[in-house]
Design a protein around this ligand. Sequence first.
Ligand code: M6R
Length: 588
Amino acid sequence: MCGIVGFIGDEPAAPVVLKALIKLEYRGYDSAGMVSICDGKIHFRKDAGKITDVQRKHRLDRLPGKIAVGHVRWATHGRADRINAHPHFDCKKQIAVVHNGIIENYQELRAALVGKHRFASEVDTEVICHLIEDYMEAGASLEKALLKAVGELRGSYALVVVSSREPEKIVATSKDSPLIVGLDDGKYFVASDALSFLDRTNEVVFLEEGELVSLTRDGAFFLNREGEEIRKKSQRVDWQWEEASKKGYDFFMLKEILEQPEAMRRALIQDRKLIMEFAKEIWEARRVVITACGTSRHVALLASYLFSRLAGKLCDVVTASEFQYFCDSIAEDTLVIAISQSGETADVIEGVKRAKAKGARVFSIINVVGSLLTRISDRAIYLNCGPEIGVAATKSFLCQLVIFYMLAFALMGKLEEGIEKLEQVARQIGDNLNDEKLKKLARRMKNKNNFYYMARGLNLAIAAEGALKLKEISYIHAECMPAGELKHGTLALIEEGTPVVAICPKDDTFYETLNNVMEIKARGGFVIGVSDENNEVYDHWIKIPKMEEIFYPLVAIMPLQLLAYHLAAARGKDPDRPRHLAKSVTVK
Ligand code: M6R
């Protein structure tokens, strides 16, 4: 979380940084700020609120100079107010720092610095300003001072620093938080996500852990953690910024939901050889552990059912934030599959590092090209579904599922047949979708405070994902459970009119799930049935197309995403910027 953009060039920097920063708003919208250097002096503006509001109030784009650095914040340490907004400064306001990440030992560092330095905020970042200050006072250059300062830090960071003491440069370094350098013919960017500057340049350099970049008008200079100059190769990123625009939709989320048929077709375009090799290793591994967070974890859940059902391969699913507690049983014969849209989720990265330290092989399924996770995995498959900007994951979920369906078919030795079938599903996922009916249902249900979602088997992950979508964007409490688990507690919560969404297609789960639906109905629940067939027990029927039964999950998710979207809209919530959340969770 938190988004950073730095720019140095031969044109006013603030408007460039502002434009890029707006594209990173998905990373945090608690506060925003910018610092520039002009005539050897530091200028800055910052405040609480979304970047567009802070711009309206303070005109960040009017900061003078051809060097600027901006920040959008997702608060970790300290309230989301102006004081805690980035940039932060040393005592003399000669050094400005923006930071993405968490400094775990900041309390100790602060206690050691507080006698000598004046702290202005509550944030962990500020200790870094004062550490750099001390090293510069002792004679170090900005680059060396930053390297020495990070040597004292524990935690994760992407740091971008400017100083009026060395006013012709931007210096940046990172550990466990992404920083990407953009090269544009005498102009240079450094940012948390290349997407922010892709309208200017596609030529990028990924900063690896511990490396530092110094951007001047003469070039981008890279140093290793010892301060020695190193050469790094640039690469091209194929994504286009236009792919990440709203294209006339009110919200990114709606656009991303509706573009799923096309996204699914793109996800199916994969290197067959890579899929086969991936599948072979899955087959041969003694243990397979799939790890992920949030929506991606629901994919892991479905994948485990799919592998078991189609290929007789049992896998464990471990929530990435809990991975460390299972590490004792990870060994060289374990294959870890990490799933992450962003490829930078801190818990996933941490789990993967631990797995690698135990000698396990790591395969990843990722959307963001070149992300940290790609670089630390033995193999990676990309979703190819284009940038996903809405904080609520939608098309990435479907495309991650598609990859696992391909792997499952490959495990059965039927990859080609599987791809053909999945192409057919891609043509059908929007079939029978009645958006008006969903909108009406949302208006009717908008004052409900609790929703329950239930399903069995392969559909369970879809119910879990439907519930997650609802709570994260509409702030309605939503809980999912295996339909058979209802009677073990949750049934006590069902009252007259309690909405219960049952994923109940005509597959092997149908009759048993329907029995559980009856139990809900008998207690007065309002049943929303998601099925290819209507049933008198449903108070509301969400119709999905008839399918070969293993494919029902792929067609059941879109109406649930839309239902959550319409409920958020009906309650006047912004689905693209749900409170307290951010798209990339780069803190543990
Ligand atoms: O980028 P990742 O797939 O690793 O992100 C994992 C979760 O943070 C993410 O899926 C989150 O749960 C979504 N906002 C849910 O819509």
